[in-house]
Write a protein that binds this ligand. Structure first.
Ligand code: DGL
Length: 271
């Protein structure tokens, strides 16, 4: 009987796409979520700033005594160095490898698209991972306005603002012949209806948050036998986050949200 406490962080709402899937796959797990809502978005910042934020987020989760950490933020996962993540006292997971693996087992024609933040694109993380897995043609586009739209609740199918921005961003990808598109930012699955509508039925969407949750479920052999609790912390006032998060997670997943002063946490370092 194991009680596993899983720590998940993101710049804001995006990591909930992992949380939703973790609740389904590991109903007994106790989840601690940190959303850095006072400093979202991460994706248009420099890698040194993102690294500092991500290390503070990890520090906070480690203080909560989590048994593993999931960077449910592709942007953070793209800039954190492997030597750093290997130095953490608990196992570390991110969304990049699981999403790339899912894409390579989905594509039929070997043409894979990736949409992400600017920092993720600049890091080359998805392209590197995909090309490590095989000889794939990779088409990448940064779609930075999606995160603020999602954080502001512009997520419903048919939302005019989000749909017209998606049409503009995705035009070139649509004509590239891809059959698989990685939603390379964990926020994007919250608007997968809109992205799917714009890309059309012949393009399979890969949910990076969900794929990361599956990789954790595969890691925890035998399941979790805790209380199945969810505790949410945000760095800004939690009200708006709470209402969008509740809508996304559904009435059956009640949780308490609390504000935390993330600036008070020194970036975690093993030294
Ligand atoms: N969910 C984060 C990611 O996966 C959002 C990045 C941002 O805050 O810009 O990249």
């Amino acid at each position: 009987m194991r009680n596993v406490k899983i720590g998940v962080f993101d710049s804001g709402l995006g990591g909930l796409t992992s949380v939703k899937n973790l609740i389904e796959l590991l109903p007994g797990a106790d989840l601690i979520y940190f959303g850095d809502t006072a400093r979202v978005p991460y994706g248009s910042r420099s890698s040194s700033t993102i690294m500092k934020y991500a290390k503070q987020d990890i520090s906070f989760l480690l203080e909560k005594n989590v048994d593993l950490v999931l960077a449910a933020c592709a942007t953070a996962g793209s800039v954190l160095e492997p030597a750093y993540t290997a130095s953490l006292p608990v196992p570390y997971f991110d969304v990049i490898r699981p999403a790339a693996k899912a894409a390579t087992s989905t594509t039929q024609n070997g043409k894979i698209g990736v949409i992400s933040t600017e920092a993720t694109l600049a890091s080359g993380s998805f392209k590197r991972e995909l090309q490590y897995l095989g000889d794939y043609e990779v088409f990448q586009v940064a779609t930075p306005l999606f995160v603020p739209l999602i954080e502001n609740g512009y997520i419903r199918r048919g939302n005019i603002a989000t749909t017209s921005i998606a049409e503009d961003y995705l035009r070139q990808l649509k004509s590239s012949g891809i059959d698989t598109l990685i939603l390379g930012c964990t926020h994007y699955p919250l608007i997968s209806d809109i992205i799917g509508y714009v890309m059309g039925p012949n393009v399979n969407l890969i949910d990076s948050g969900a794929e990361a949750a599956k990789s954790i479920a595969n890691h925890i052999v035998g399941g979790c036998f805790g209380n199945g609790s969810l505790r949410v912390y945000t760095s800004d006032l939690p009200m708006r986050f709470h209402s969008i998060a509740s809508m996304f997670l559904g009435d059956e997943n009640n949780f308490i949200s609390e504000q935390v002063d993330i600036e008070g946490f020194p970036p975690y370092s093993a030294e």
